[in-house]
Design a protein around this ligand. Sequence first.
Ligand SMILES: *Cc1c(COP(=O)(O)O)cnc(C)c1O
Length: 381
Amino acid sequence: MPRPIEALIHRSALANNLARARAAAPDSRLWAVVKANAYGHGIERVYEPLRGADGFALLDLAEAERVRALGWRGPVLLLEGCFEPRDLELCSRLGLWHVVHNELQIDWLAAHKTNTPQRVFLKLNSGMNRLGFRPDAYRAAWARLQALHQVGEVSLMTHYADADGLANSWRARGQHALFEQASEGLDGERSLANSAATLRFGAHVPVGLDPFADGGLPVMHGDWVRAGILLYGSAPDFPECDIERWQLRPAMTLRSRIIATQQLQPGDTVGYGSTYTAQQPMRIGIVACGYADGYPRHAGTDTPVLVDGVRTGTVGRVSMDMLAVDLEPVPDAGIGSEVTLWGHGRGGSRLAIDDVAHAAGTIGYELMCALAARVPVTVTD
Ligand SMILES: *Cc1c(COP(=O)(O)O)cnc(C)c1O
């Protein structure tokens, strides 16, 4: 028997989450963001349930080729644009749309030999200070692109730095105002919102969630929203909101089994560094899952986990191939019992990846992207 760890990718959850994104942004078209191999889920595995999107957005040219190889003829957007001039040839060949965020990329376009004008998304730096033209340079960049025969339609985009929390949402509003000002009067479709902005400034947002949300602010979305994390069933604004609140479902389950149990006496310790000491007699289970599977090593004692569908916690340090869990709440559990590290468990139970990430001082994004190659993956409904 192979080591009992496995990951499941849930098609119905992906379809549900896509429908949630549509409901939040009913007037926009929707990019399904599938960068980082679909946030660790696998582009080929998520393609069917997500093909109801209007386009696929990603960064890596090899990933764009994979989306085309799946038969997708619709829009594909390179979110960081081209990395060198010859990437433009691939854009021409595969019909990729690409972000233009600096002058050099415009120079490359101007020197590119093509008869097919390319569609570009001109990026404004609205405060994130990673990619994009500053507001005072935006118009000139737009005019330069418009004048090139290599360029067809020019669309406009920005990326909010602060759409994911109540405390900073006034900043996101400011970033939007900056975009409105910089792009005023410029022709072209707009793409503004990531998952957080799609949900929090979306239709049907409960009043009170955001001081500015007077029943939804779809103006923060633009013509195209860019939904990533929400599609995979993680709340972009956890712990302020969780997947229950947004009606999202985990698209990935990581599960394994108990391969040993230990009966501890008071004073017994668990794992490397003996960081956990039993205060009373207790039974623990040893799970075939460790940091070499993608489970976060920084998850301390009491990180939530499901054993046979019952919520309990980890005990002591996570090691490379194993971790320990408290079996006191699950007296019937033993060798072979099912352990859900995140996702769906027995009897309809669920453990959000956000709960695990939070306990380990990180975010759901990082955990799903870090699923290790040694974990076998199965697609299911
Ligand atoms: C990754 C990315 C997104 C998606 O962000 P989520 O928070 O996962 O929804 C949107 N836009 C750009 C430019 C990105 O790089």
